[in-house]
Design a binder for this molecule. Structure first.
Ligand code: SF4
Length: 333
């Protein structure tokens, strides 16, 4: 931006002013009030305020969760979700169009990876939701389509913009990045962002089962993962959240429950139990909320903190990737 300002005959400090205007949520270059009009005219010839086009929008009648399908400039589409919690409004962003991790329970990875999102496209999901839904977004989770550590450079840049006081000024502690278990990414993340929360999609308590549902487990074992998580907690003093989606007949047996408790006991961790958001394409069924509660009681009685995640947006296409697949394959599209 500084280079562009100089190219257009202005001082580099104008870049800071532009940056600050962008994240105030302006929609047009003319709204940058403290910049000279001649410069704004030149700027408009070379740049525009990038916004995503809303292709579809659903709102849950049950809990107010809103799901957006955004179109990117090249025609690809990504999903983002706005969730309303007591502690604030949370946006779940996508980091890639598609995903190459191939988890068997997930609709996002069904057609593989299309491309990485830019930092701008990641941040725009938050700005455009705030603008369209007229809300203040206080929390961001990187849990939508894509594996964040497979697009490390751009998610780092996006976190930088979200937390910069001239950007969105968010607290690092209000941001969570979720990985399916890319071990070198976990190590780098602990060094680069010790105050940002880390979540691991675990979903199985032994390697055989995990390899069946998550191909990434063929590359890094649960032991590798736990070593990296312990290093992370030593470095950051922060607990790791382990996501565990309960899938009927896959990972919900008493044996799984006992193994999970044994695996996590003694580690600085928290288990987030998720009754699976069913996706018709995968044929997998949720083990149900009652089973999730049994897991929670067992884990807690064995010294492992756990909670059951609220099922948000179950009356809309709640599972990530569903809305994108549906719109992309709708007749006439
Ligand atoms: S669960 Fe996450 S990492 Fe796995 S395929 Fe889906 S988007 Fe990719």
């Amino acid at each position: 931006m500084k280079e562009l300002c100089v190219e257009l005959g202005e001082k580099p400090f104008r870049a800071k002013q532009i940056f600050s205007w962008l994240y105030k949520g302006i929609q047009d270059i003319d709204e940058m009030k403290n910049l000279p009009s001649g410069f704004l005219a030149r700027l408009k010839e070379h740049a525009e305020v990038g916004m995503l086009r809303v292709l579809a929008h659903q709102q849950s009648a049950q809990d107010g969760t809103e799901k957006y399908l955004f179109e990117l400039e090249d025609g690809n589409a990504v999903e983002s979700v706005l969730m309303v919690y007591d502690y604030g409004n949370t946006v779940c962003v996508s980091t890639q169009a598609g995903c190459r991790m191939g988890c068997s329970f997930c609709a996002s990875g069904l057609n593989g990876l299309v491309r990485d999102l830019t930092a701008g496209e990641i941040v725009s999901q938050i700005l455009d939701i705030a603008r369209n839904s007229l809300v203040r977004v206080s929390h961001v989770v990187f849990m939508g389509t894509g594996e964040p550590f497979d697009n490390y450079e751009n998610i780092s840049k996006a976190i930088g913009i979200l937390t910069d006081h001239e950007g969105l000024g968010m607290s690092m502690r209000n941001i969570t990045v979720s990985t399916c278990g890319i071990v070198p990414g976990i190590r780098k993340f602990g060094d680069d962002f010790p105050q940002v929360n880390l979540a691991i999609s675990l979903h199985a308590s032994n390697d055989d089962r995990r390899r069946e549902i998550m191909p990434v487990a063929k590359r890094w074992s649960i032991k590798d993962l736990m070593v990296a998580c312990d290093e992370y907690t030593d470095k950051t003093n922060r607990r790791v959240t382990f996501e565990y989606a309960l899938i009927a007949g896959e990972n919900d047996s008493d044996k799984d429950m006992k193994e999970l408790a044994g695996l996590l006991r003694g580690h600085l961790s928290h288990v987030n139990l998720i009754p699976l958001n069913e996706v018709s394409e995968t044929g997998m069924k949720s083990a149900g909320r009652a089973r999730a509660k049994e897991f929670k009681s067992y884990l807690e009685s064995h010294g492992v903190p756990a909670s059951v995640r609220r099922e948000l947006g179950s009356d809309i296409d709640g599972a990530c990737g569903q809305l994108r697949n549906k719109v992309a394959t709708a007749p006439g599209e």
